[in-house]
Design a protein around this ligand. Structure first.
Ligand code: HEM
Length: 446
């Protein structure tokens, strides 16, 4: 019942926050930046009981940052924040460039024979490779091996299984989930990814103990930070906690960025003038250089591309919603949500409210995020990375990756949608497509 309601509110023109108590009738209340703000600023936990979507992630991610609540979350957030300091993020620019180069090579073959391709599929492999390299310096070929790499295949199956369960309330019961074929495969897959992560963690711990520091010449990855992090009492993270965080980064950092980049590219292909403007800006930044690699200092120069990224994330909302469970009566302005209510905050709706974004809210208009206009956007109105204490810890990482991958692609190609294929959105934890996102790439003469 509530899934149907939720689907309706996602598609609705009006803004609603959906609330429900388990086995109770759903309640819908008007959504506003004020409501969004009060929920985001509160310490209300993520729901892990029956009906709470975060519990589907527990067997895979355990009590990692995304799922944990209370003291455990607060301690780990403090320990993990240094992993996203700009000094750590800076060297990842090279990783983004390298993986984007492999993607460009793959698409060049498609361009040469004018073959259409599913952008989402190619970009997903690229972002998975990036996060595997940044999380634990995984060095195996991901983009070319694709689904033939057992780890990649398993991670893909795991994310699909989470969505499968989310959409089928009967599988919410663990007993049903553990005996149904998808659930059984999911449990096996969890064991496999856990064993791979544990092997890498143990090897790295050994090296760190022997040498006292990460191998010279290599960038510091998330795993180095996790292994060396210490709280105020000098206590580090346990082996299980480290594994949970590595798996959380993987889950959060792969599909989300793939969705963002793919949908932004879709909007650029649909709006050739915006695409041309981005290309002109990138060409200007790279003008006179020997290499087409983006430098860290270039990322702030890409003003127009950044506007397109922000607008693309508004229009398509890569993470369309988040939820919380109330632990006490919760004041929402015009009504009170009783204790035990699960609140779904619909980011997609906030991004499409007609009274805020105007009658053209379904159109791609990067100017909404120009220097002159950006200050007019109310706080908590535009929150693609959520907001408040539980906002996305990886947002700068994600934005940098989006800039580098999109710049490389637009430097080399002009993209055009396949007129014979209708791209449709598919509702899940991350905004995906129903039957792919087919495009043609045309090589640019530079
Ligand atoms: C375009 C890409 C991304 C989008 C749109 C996005 C969006 C979000 C959103 C909306 C949340 C809040 C979730 C909730 O409250 O349930 C979140 C949390 C989180 N994200 Fe991201 N994310 C992106 C990329 C990343 C990346 C690249 C990483 C890691 C490298 C990451 C790591 C996390 C973590 C660990 C949390 C939980 C933070 C906490 O609760 O303290 N995300 N993200």
């Amino acid at each position: 019942m509530y899934l149907v309601e939720m689907a309706n509110t996602y598609g609705s023109e009006q803004g609603y926050v959906l609330l429900w108590g388990i086995f109770k009738k759903p309640i819908v209340v008007p959504c506003s930046p004020k409501v969004m703000g009060s929920i985001c600023k509160s310490n209300e936990p993520k729901s892990k009981g029956l009906g709470g979507s975060y519990r589907f992630l527990l067997p895979w991610l355990g009590e990692g940052l995304l799922v944990a609540n209370g003291e455990k979350w607060a301690r780990n957030r403090r320990l993990l924040t240094p992993a996203f300091h700009f000094e750590i993020l800076k060297p990842y620019t090279k990783v983004f460039n390298q993986s984007a180069d492999i993607l460009v090579k793959k698409l060049m073959m498609k361009a040469e024979c004018c073959e259409r391709f599913d952008v989402f599929q190619h970009i997903s492999l690229c972002t998975l490779e990036v996060i595997l390299k940044c999380a634990f310096s995984y060095s195996k070929d991901v983009q070319n091996a694709g689904e033939t790499n057992p780890y990649v295949k398993t991670v893909n199956r795991l994310t699909d299984a989470v969505i499968y369960r989310f959409l089928r309330p009967i599988t919410f019961f663990d007993t049903v989930w553990n005996i149904c074929p998808v659930g059984r495969q999911f449990n096996k897959d969890c064991e496999f990814v856990h064993s791979v992560a544990e092997e890498i963690i143990d090897k790295r711990r050994e090296t760190l103990e022997q040498t006292g520091s990460p191998k010279s010449g290599r960038y510091i990855d998330f795993l180095d930070i996790l292994l060396t992090a210490r709280d105020e009492e000098g206590r580090g993270l346990s082996r299980l906690e480290i594994r949970n965080e590595v798996d959380t980064f993987l889950f959060e950092g792969y599909d989300t960025t793939a969705s963002a980049i793919s949908w932004i590219l879709y909007s650029l292909a649909e709006n050739p003038e915006c695409q041309r403007k981005c290309q002109a800006e990138i060409d200007e930044v790279l003008d006179g250089r020997e290499s087409d690699d983006l430098e860290w200092s270039d990322l702030n120069q890409l003003e127009y591309l950044t506007m397109c990224i922000k607008e693309g994330m508004r229009l398509h909302s890569p993470v369309p919603g988040v939820s919380r469970e109330t632990t006490q009566d919760f004041d929402l302005g015009d009504r009170v949500a009783p204790e035990g209510t699960i609140i779904v905050i619909n980011i997609w709706i906030l991004n499409h409210m007609e009274n805020v974004w105007g009658p053209d809210h379904m159109e791609f208009k990067p100017e909404r995020f120009s220097k002159e206009n950006i200050d007019k956007i109310e706080h908590f109105q535009y929150v693609p990375f959520s907001a408040g204490p539980r906002n996305c810890i990886g947002q700068n990482f994600a934005l940098n990756e989006e800039k580098v991958v999109l710049s490389k692609l637009l430097r080399n190609f002009t993209f055009r949608l396949d007129p014979n294929h209708k791209v449709e959105k598919s509702l899940s934890g991350v905004m995906r497509t129903k039957d792919g996102m087919y495009m043609f790439a045309e090589k640019r003469e530079l």
